[in-house]
Design a protein around this ligand. Sequence first.
Ligand code: SF4
Length: 411
Amino acid sequence: MGSKNLKAIAVRGQQDLPVYDLPHLLAEADKAYKYMKEHKFFKLWQQQGLMNDIEYANTIGIMPAYNFKDSVFAKYDQINGTTMLNHYKIGDSACFLCPMCCGNICLVRHGKYAGTIVEGPEYESCAMLGPNLGIDNFAAILSVIHLCDEFGIDTISAGNIIGAVIEGYEKGILSLSDLDGREINWGEVDAIQELLKRIAHREGIGDILADGSRRIIETWPEMDKIILQVKGLEQSAYDSRAGISMALAYATSDVGAHHTRAWTIAKEMEEGQNWTDDERVDTVIYHQKLRPLFDMLGVCRLPWIELGLNEQHYEKFYEFVTGKEMPLERLLALSNDIYDLTRLINTHLGIRRKDDSLPYKVWSNPPLTGPNAGKVIDREHFQKLLSLYYQKRGWDKNGIPPAALEANFND
Ligand code: SF4
């Protein structure tokens, strides 16, 4: 959107949305709400939202720290959900009528960043612009997030790119002159803010960084070993070296290294240490079917992924809103069609097996400390999983869907 000079699209309707069977819809919603309200983590979600993941990610060793050099952050308790709650949170925000109410509103009251107000943060922004840049001051993290919000810059990409610049400079891949003569090191908030401004205004090195990881690698090929990206999209804030199913999810995501299509890391860490390869691939494919379904329906996936709300509710919601019976299996099949369609579009644009790959660090540089210290993804094992994934999806060895599938979308 940035290249089109577009910051947002607002759509406003003026007519009612008719509901086919309101009494049954409300009864089904009541059942779902009752389940959620009794869940042991419901209150925590209302209080901290996604910020409770800071503690979780650090405990299980999947936190991005220092451009993913590490997967734990020693001072995580200075920037976690409890710190936010005790010192910064001034209000909640929520999507319309949602009882889970996961949004935070934070204010910095004292010190250098006093007066900063942020809607958020949530886990990704805090992790990528905090630990991933070596910042252990929550108020400073809020100020960097605030800048990203003001400029309309994605916080995950910003955290990856600035982290890669700091490490690139540390390793001598980027010179001081590449950085326009301005040093930048871990945790230097002023320098980080200043670099963000240069990215937003396309000044100096900011003109290259604003185009993202592909342009950075084109300009400095050695940065390929430093920056974490798949298909040109910078990686989300979950370290996949701890779990090969998450690595497969990033590699096969149509949009690149994003957790939006399949976030399997928690399930794998909690239940999947002895999974077979079939179970790993099936988990990724199931997530890739289910999560786009939430997007199709225009509903939030957090009650399902975080509180385990049963998927069957959604077929009922659909039925009572539209008056059409639609079993979950049928909804999942439609969602899967979307995955096939986006794959067809991607393969038409030249995407192949070589693109369903992982960042260099995931194969080669293990996290230094924490529960996953020393772990990397084994290339051979990954290729075996990828072949199995293509086979289960019905795509060929190069990841190309069959011509017959394409015909399904022609009418
Ligand atoms: S709908 Fe989802 S994102 Fe919105 S407040 Fe509820 S849980 Fe949070």
